[in-house]
Design a protein around this ligand. Structure first.
Ligand SMILES: Cc1ncc(COP(=O)(O)O)c(C=O)c1O
Length: 352
């Protein structure tokens, strides 16, 4: 007899291939991470905190919420911090879904949405993205029902990098006023596209963001969720009082005091590395999805061979199949120099 909810025994854990990724050995282009470590300023803040004799205390979050709210441009009452943006996503599922409720997840997309929906035993409806037409706006609108509890919109999406316009996000939010519309802005600093200014006019919007990508600290697990004041108050009852660890708050606070470090990196990736890599793919006639983020999902001939050759040359990328089962490679872009190295290795592999 099962002690836990019986459907959990039929699920498998979400286990991305994280082990053995040594940044001294490999150029890590497999998890959409920043390819440069955190600044000395952030490192110093962490060391100072660790040395200050306060590790044995529970965390206190100080002014991090108002500081983040100022960075984003929202009222502090519209924002809560979370243990990575994954926790924001999970809180929303826990707070909205019961067994049998419907969740709309356009596919392919980020695996956590499915994981959270399955934990709640929700029914998952999956309109499909296409490379040509992007986000399935009409597909989503046509499956909204009275039972819809969450509509997941990753903007831009992972693994494809496809963006959806704010007009279409708002159309969906208006068509599903009874449901939560999750807008996952994990890659916001790359795309600069947001609906954060619509939280008052559209109180069913829930926006998640993170310090895991552009800010370069996924190991510390720091994210935030933005919504209407009433919805933030309600979600704070679900989040634990110490769920976000103190080192994450210290590091995020230090990083927020030098946003130019993040901006410089974003500019290099988006203005130099990505156009250079796309020009290379075009020249090689390799197809890829149009991306608004720091990664590109490409479909070379013999992707397994290409991936193995990249690993042998010390570069990790992420194999990801599309919905037709065709294998592609999701490649994160880093600095200009790293992208030149990537292109030079790929040139050799493709010429073989
Ligand atoms: C679309 C999307 N949302 C959320 C996350 C998770 O981010 P975090 O590290 O903040 O939990 C990822 C990570 O890859 C992602 O691609």
């Amino acid at each position: 007899m099962s002690v836990l909810k019986s459907h959990l025994y039929a699920m498998s854990a979400y286990t991305p291939p994280l082990e053995g990724r040594d940044p001294q050995q490999y150029l890590l282009l497999d998890f959409n991470e920043r390819t440069l470590p955190v600044s000395e300023n952030v490192q110093r803040a962490l060391i100072e905190y660790i040395s200050s004799g306060r590790m044995q205390m529970y965390p206190a979050y100080g002014d991090i919420v108002p500081r983040l709210a100022e960075y984003v441009g929202v009222e502090p009452s519209h924002l809560m911090i979370t243990n990575g943006s994954d926790q924001g996503i999970e809180l929303l599922f826990r707070a909205t879904c019961s067994a049998g409720d419907e969740v709309i997840i356009p596919v392919p997309s980020f695996a956590m949405y499915h994981q959270c929906a399955k934990v709640e035993n929700a029914k998952i409806i999956e309109p499909q993205y296409t490379r040509e037409t992007g986000f399935p706006v009409e597909g989503v609108l046509s499956v909204i029902s009275d039972r819809t509890k969450i509509i997941c919109i990753a903007n831009p999406n992972n693994p494809s990098g496809v963006a959806i316009s704010r007009e279409n996000i708002l159309r969906i939010a208006e068509a599903a006023k009874h449901a939560a519309v999750l807008v996952d802005e994990c890659y916001f600093e790359y795309s600069q596209e947001t609906v954060v200014d619509c939280l008052v006019s559209h109180p069913n919007l829930f926006i998640t963001r993170t310090f895991s990508k552009t800010w370069g600290m996924p190991s510390l697990r720091f994210g935030y969720l933005m919504a209407s004041e009433a919805n933030i108050q309600a979600l704070l009852t679900v989040r634990g009082p110490y769920d976000v660890n103190q080192l994450a708050v210290v590091a995020a606070g230090a990083a927020l005091s030098e946003p130019e470090v993040t901006e410089r990196y974003v500019t290099e990736v988006m203005r130099e590395s990505k156009p250079m890599f796309e020009a290379f793919l075009d020249a090689q006639a390799i197809s890829y999805w149009p991306s608004h983020a720091n990664f590109v999902w490409l479909f070379p001939q013999a992707p397994e061979r290409v991936e193995q050759a990249l690993v042998a040359a010390g570069i990790l990328v992420r194999p990801k199949a599309d919905f037709e089962g065709r294998m592609g490679l999701r490649v994160t872009l880093g600095t200009r120099e790293q992208t030149e190295r990537l292109i030079s290795v790929l040139q050799g592999v493709l010429a073989e």
